[in-house]
Design a protein around this ligand. Structure first.
Ligand SMILES: NC(=O)C1=CN([C@@H]2O[C@H](COP(=O)(O)OP(=O)(O)OC[C@H]3O[C@@H](n4cnc5c(N)ncnc54)[C@H](O)[C@@H]3O)[C@@H](O)[C@H]2O)C=CC1
Ligand SMILES: O=C(CO)COP(=O)(O)O
Length: 329
């Protein structure tokens, strides 16, 4: 087998592990696990039982416990939640300041409301970088099912080179230079998946879900364009593509949060029992904050926050949206 790049994946959660399985067909993959015990378990069993149980990892994938143990890479893939992005970037800035990097997290940083590329610009501006994002459940990628995603970077040539390098028979990768649009689509669809989870959990029907998805797309587009994105990006994989997947696919953790809230489970218990990150929970407040600063109306996002904060019962949430005055579409 011919190996292309030496790739270090930072974060051996569900998504980092699934991407490592896919890319191991063409590249030499190292996974940074949570700790030494997690790395040892992955290396012994060739399975990541903590985050992606039931999927065999190719023997060639090696897990280690620290970035310093795998700093000699051609490419870094940051696969932590947004909450781990800044610290990962700081480590890379120190250990491998010129090595290209990609992130795959979807959200806005809690406390700063920054998009991932804005965090990267702050702490690690020296390396070529971008986001890999789009409609892609880890479970299906790990099974080798066909998936299409987008590699977006402000540097169009870098996006094309990386798309070519990572592209494979079960993962089609399109290049795009609308980094803002790609990141906004990925961040806000998680909030809307909580909304459709609530609606479906309450049994409000397919009409209500289609309304939430469509009006949600209008919300994403208004927000993204105000931040400098191109509106057509939201008609692509990272916009409507990921929105449909996450709002309707039962593999979505954010959708599952909505379902559990609809059944009356408190948020704290829902997130604890999930065992994985649900980025829509922290992102909702950051999106609303940024939208308010921009003067953008995001009623579905606002309603999701009211439910997350316990100020609005899930059973009243969709009714409240329906009760808004008639307006032009
Ligand atoms: N699972 C999926 O299907 C997909 C996930 N994503 C995105 O990828 C990112 C990671 O998601 P998953 O791997 O599914 O999450 P996960 O919950 O399965 O795993 C998260 C991993 O990051 C580590 N982590 C958690 N908080 C951290 C922090 N503050 N600093 C450093 N490391 C931390 C955990 O220990 C774990 O190894 C999220 O932003 C998610 O939205 C994107 C596409 C698909
Ligand atoms: O981003 C995803 C699919 O594209 C995964 O969504 P969840 O985090 O809701 O599972």
């Amino acid at each position: 087998m011919v190996f292309g790049l030496k790739i270090t994946v930072i974060g051996a959660g569900a998504w980092g592990t699934a991407l490592a399985i896919n890319f191991a067909q063409r590249h030499a993959m190292t996974l940074i696990a949570d700790d030494a015990a997690h790395a040892a378990a992955i290396n012994q069993t060739h399975e990541n039982a903590r985050y992606l149980p039931g999927h065999q990892l190719p023997q060639a994938i090696v897990a280690v416990a620290a970035i310093a143990d795998a700093a000699d890479a051609d490419l870094f893939l940051i696969a932590t939640p947004v909450a781990g992005l800044r610290s990962s970037l700081l480590s890379l800035q120190r250990l491998a300041p010129r090595v290209p990097l990609l992130w795959v997290c979807k959200g806005l940083e809690a406390g700063t409301a920054l998009l991932p590329h804005q965090v990267a610009a702050e702490v690690h501006p020296g390396a070529a970088s971008g986001v890999l994002t789009g409609p892609s459940f880890a479970e299906e990628v790990a099974r080798g099912l066909p998936t299409a995603v987008v590699l977006a970077s402000h540097d169009a040539a870098f996006a094309m080179n990386m798309a070519n390098a990572l592209h494979g028979s079960s993962m089609r990768i399109y290049a795009n230079d609308d980094l803002i649009g790609a990141e906004v689509g990925g961040a806000v669809k998680n909030v809307l998946a909580i909304a459709t989870g609530i609606s479906d959990g309450l049994g409000l029907g397919l009409n209500a879900r289609a309304a939430l998805v469509t009006r949600g797309l209008a919300e994403i587009t208004r927000f993204g364009v105000a931040l400098g994105a191109r509106s057509e990006t939201f008609m692509g994989l990272t916009g409507v593509g990921d929105l449909i997947l996450t709002c309707t696919g039962d593999l979505s953790r954010n959708r599952r949060v909505g379902f559990a809230l609809a059944s009356g489970t408190p948020l704290e218990q829902v997130t604890r029992e999930l065992g994985h990150v649900a980025e829509g929970v922290p992102a909702a407040r950051e999106v609303a904050l940024r939208a308010e600063q921009l003067g953008i109306d995001m009623p579905i996002t606002r309603t999701v926050i009211a439910v997350l904060d316990g100020r609005l019962a899930p059973s009243d949430a969709v009714g409240q949206l329906m009760a808004r005055e008639a307006k032009i579409e």
